[in-house]
Ligand binder design. Structure first.
Ligand code: 5GP
Ligand code: SF4
Ligand code: MG
Length: 456
């Protein structure tokens, strides 16, 4: 998911709309904006894309100097309006809106005990647990209620809270998901990625630190670190695939990092004798360019991506996913005919896409197809807010690289190593990133099927 917030701007909801537009790649199922005019909150949430939902008349209904917004994709099935964010509630403390990116791993457990105690839930969202915990807190101030509530949850959250009078932003102590702070003239901006700041011409100030809380109200911005520090667990897959290439993420350029992944991949998994390097667009492009640079094999465009279909994996239904590949990609016969081709992609999940791509390339005349992947084999599901299927569906959890190569019908298959991935993101020791989907090392304890509620 993607989140955006702005305080102190007369056109807050308009800017939230633009910010969400820049973050659309992080979720395409639903979008929402909640604005505050200092007295009350107004919300609009709908299924679909930001540009379709937020027409001028809709934005006009969201007046005020502060706003938060959210774009969502679900990771556990149901894609419904009731789970669209920002969630809004009225409780004893007033009005509250919440926009969350990440997934809480103990949400189900907390929900069960809250329900046993009489709580009534309106959605399947893990985020709603946080709202209940805030509403039940006996702490004297809103900030303290937030801290108490978040002290009880485990997992990933970059989260924004908007009340009539303030905006509170928090990043979980592991720092799984990104969250950045910017300034636009006199207003503060928060966003999942710097690309949203760039669009609205806000200045990038800094990333929120892991475990940091920022409160913005009429007295200004107040930062604190209310949680005990722990090992950093920034999501390495944001660099591999999820974030937009023009963003600066966890201190480094996503584009440069992906190119470096490609260079590293070329060193580790060469393809001697190949005629050209192509990418699976869009996510494989920077790594393919890096691969070409390091190997000296020319880069060319062998696959064309239709711009009228979304990211396949974000489509929640298997039936759509199935169709997606052909709708999304077409092969350039003139480039591929008679060629030995290296094709670079960012990851293999189920293997179904890769299989179709290899077949498509061969049907277009490629004589050899050497598949190179700029992340290690995806063997474990993510419980921290990235859509991965169950372990059984991950082809690399039960098949060797040779078996996967045979399944996808590639002449050869090579993945970057976990060490190489760490080096490329600037963390050789791999102790500041989460790598659980590749290594099985979950930072919040051993997880199996625990995260069963909807994630944000
Ligand atoms: P597969 O070959 O596993 O069917 O699909 C791999 C493609 O899905 C890659 O092009 C990759 O960009 C995309 N993808 C990346 N991340 C994910 C993810 O988390 N889940 C799924 N299902 N696909 C992903
Ligand atoms: Fe990111 Fe993978 Fe960790 Fe999930 S398990 S947070 S996708 S690195
Ligand atoms: Mg892709």
């Amino acid at each position: 998911c993607g989140i955006f917030g702005i305080v102190g701007h007369p056109e807050a909801s308009n800017l939230a709309y633009l910010g969400l537009h820049a973050l659309q790649h992080r979720g395409q199922e639903s979008a929402g904006i909640v604005a505050s005019d200092g007295q009350s909150l107004r919300a609009h949430r709908e299924m679909g894309l930001v540009a379709d939902i937020f027409t001028a008349p809709v934005i006009e209904q969201l007046p005020g100097g502060a706003a938060i917004g959210h774009v969502r994709y679900s990771t556990a099935g149901v894609s419904q309006l009731k789970n669209a964010q920002p969630l809004t509630v009225e409780y004893v403390g007033g009005h509250l809106a919440v926009a969350h990116n990440g997934n809480l791993v103990n949400a189900q457990e907390l929900r069960t005990s809250l329900e046993a105690d009489g709580a009534i839930f309106q959605s399947d969202s893990d985020t709603e647990v946080v709202i209940h915990l805030i509403a039940r807190s006996r702490q004297p101030t809103f900030e303290k209620k937030v801290v108490e509530a978040l002290s009880k949850v485990k997992g990933a959250y970059s989260i924004l809270f908007l009340t009539e009078k303030k905006l509170v932003a928090v990043r979980d102590p592991n720092g799984f998901r990104p969250l950045v702070l910017g300034m636009l003239k006199n207003s503060w901006v928060l966003a999942s990625e710097t690309t949203a700041l760039d669009l609205i011409e806000a200045e990038f100030i800094r990333e929120l630190e892991a475990g940091e809380m920022v409160v913005i109200d009429e007295t200004g911005l107040h930062a604190s670190h209310p949680f005990p520090p722990t090992r950093l667990g920034r999501c390495i897959f944001e660099h591999v695939y999820f974030a937009k290439p023009d963003s600066v993420l966890f201190g480094t350029s996503v584009y440069e990092t992906r190119k470096e992944l490609g260079r590293q991949l070329a060193k580790e998994q060469p393809a001697p004798g190949a005629d050209l390097v192509i990418a699976v667009p869009d996510s494989g492009v920077p790594a393919a360019i890096g691969y070409s640079q390091a190997s000296g094999i020319p880069y060319d465009v062998g696959l064309i991506r239709s711009h009228y279909v979304g990211r396949t994996f974000i489509e929640p239904q298997q039936s759509i996913r199935h169709f997606g590949v052909k709708l999304k990609l077409s092969a350039v016969r003139q480039v591929l005919k008679g060629k030995r081709v290296v094709v670079v992609d960012d990851s293999i999940v189920r293997g179904t896409t890769s299989r179709k791509i290899v077949k498509m390339l061969k049907a277009a005349g490629a004589v050899e197809v050497h598949l190179r992947i700029s992340s290690p084999p995806t063997q474990w599901p993510c419980f921290y807010g990235i859509d991965t299927p169950s372990r059984q569906e991950l082809i690399a959890s039960s098949h060797t690289v040779e078996e996967i190569a045979r399944y996808v019908t590639a002449d050869s298959l090579g993945y970057i190593s976990l060490e190489g991935l760490g080096t490329a993101v600037g963390d050789r020791e791999r102790n500041t990133f989460c790598t659980a989907c590749f290594s099985g090392q979950y930072l919040t304890g051993n997880l199996t099927a625990s995260a069963t509620t909807e994630s944000a």
